[in-house]
Design a binder for this molecule. Structure first.
Ligand code: ATP
Ligand code: MG
Length: 329
């Protein structure tokens, strides 16, 4: 059986360079090793307050971004999570196999809820990892390319699969998170001790920023005392982050990047990073604009939904049968 590769991105805000380097940039290569399922996690986007029109626009943008990143919708299954009802149905079953204690230990929940009034924290934010586990197991996915922050959720999915299969037999496929060696956690340019995040946009580079803005943001990125361009996350988090961005985009190791910048001053180093980011973004943004204009994403999402539904419904049936829900078709 071909390997199944799956990943999703939430349409919660404008995509950042972190999303691009951490996952998006590399997704087109995965078709060489198996069947790819890539989705717009729009149900997950509802876990924090969001304006309906913004959600719609973000979802369209995200579809265009996936395609601009070089995905061929005939070769990968690209779809909206909400257009495959099996996600929500499986969620109703699986919420009984993950427990309050383990969900309350999730770092993402702690981070996001700590910024909110307790009376405003929705159940969906707490239960997010249950739905994410369903997203994964529905497609029998074994490889989950994600940024570092999602490892904990994939680990929880693994616990669920173990628990479920121990009880009911070999029903679900065991997934594994796959993170990039370089670029699994791009940090904010204004505070390199926190992750670049689209729902917390201080210090982000957005994929839709014009090139002048991108250059300006990089040139004014927080750097560290000293003057050597060296990778040292503890003492030089700002420089290390810029080195990571450079190495990830050039597809070289951190050591190779360090060598290139031996003897450079911070200003010249930043200029070189800005050149590389702008060169890549220029090509990417041109593709994005073309896809947005021709609305090529509409057909891709329609076809993707059909293919995704067919696979997801099979898994749902298998699970319903395993837990004892009557099938009277
Ligand atoms: P949000 O603030 O809404 O959670 P986000 O930027 O974290 O937004 P997600 O939709 O949660 O984006 O994540 C999409 C993918 O991008 C995930 O695989 C995630 O691990 C990855 N990712 C997110 N931020 C970064 C980052 N700073 N560096 C590398 N990968 C990232
Ligand atoms: Mg996130």
């Amino acid at each position: 059986m071909a390997e199944k590769i799956l990943t999703g991105i939430k349409p919660t805000g404008q995509l950042t360079l972190g999303n691009y380097i951490g996952v998006l940039k590399h997704l087109h290569k995965e078709v060489e090793r198996g069947d790819c399922y890539y989705f717009i996690a729009d149900l997950h986007a509802l876990t924090l307050p969001i304006d309906p029109e913004v959600l719609r626009q973000n979802s369209i943008d995200l579809a265009c971004f996936y395609l601009a990143a070089g995905l061929d919708p005939k070769k990968v299954t690209l779809f909206l999570q909400s257009s495959v009802s099996a996600h929500a149905e499986l969620n109703a079953i699986m919420q009984n196999y993950l427990y309050m204690g383990e969900l309350s230990r999730m770092t993402q929940f702690k981070d996001k809820s700590s910024k909110m009034k307790e009376s405003a924290i929705g159940l969906g934010l707490f239960a997010y990892p249950v739905l994410m586990a369903c997203d994964i197991v529905l497609y029998d996915a074994s490889a989950i390319p994600v940024g570092e922050d999602q490892i904990q959720h994939v680990e929880l999915t693994r616990d669920l699969v173990n628990r479920f299969n121990n009880r009911y037999g070999d029903i679900l496929v065991m997934p594994k998170a796959e993170v990039r060696k370089v670029g699994a956690r791009i940090m904010s340019l204004s505070d390199p001790t926190v992750k670049m995040s689209k729902s917390d946009p201080k210090g982000d580079i957005f994929l839709k920023d014009d090139l002048k803005t991108i250059r300006k943001k990089i040139m004014s990125a927080v750097t560290d005392s000293g003057c050597e361009v060296k990778f040292d996350q503890e003492n030089k988090p700002g420089i290390s982050n810029l080195l990571t961005i450079y190495a990830a985009l050039k597809d070289i190791s951190i050591e190779e990047a360090e060598k290139e910048f031996e003897g450079y001053r911070y200003g010249d180093f930043k200029k070189a990073v800005a050149d590389v980011v702008c060169a890549e973004m220029e090509i990417f943004q041109n593709k994005y604009r073309e896809i947005l204009e021709t609305k090529a994403y509409e057909e891709a999402l329609r076809e993707g939904a059909k293919r995704a539904q067919a696979i997801a419904n099979q898994t749902l049936k298998r699970v319903k049968n395993a837990v004892g829900l009557l099938d009277i078709e």
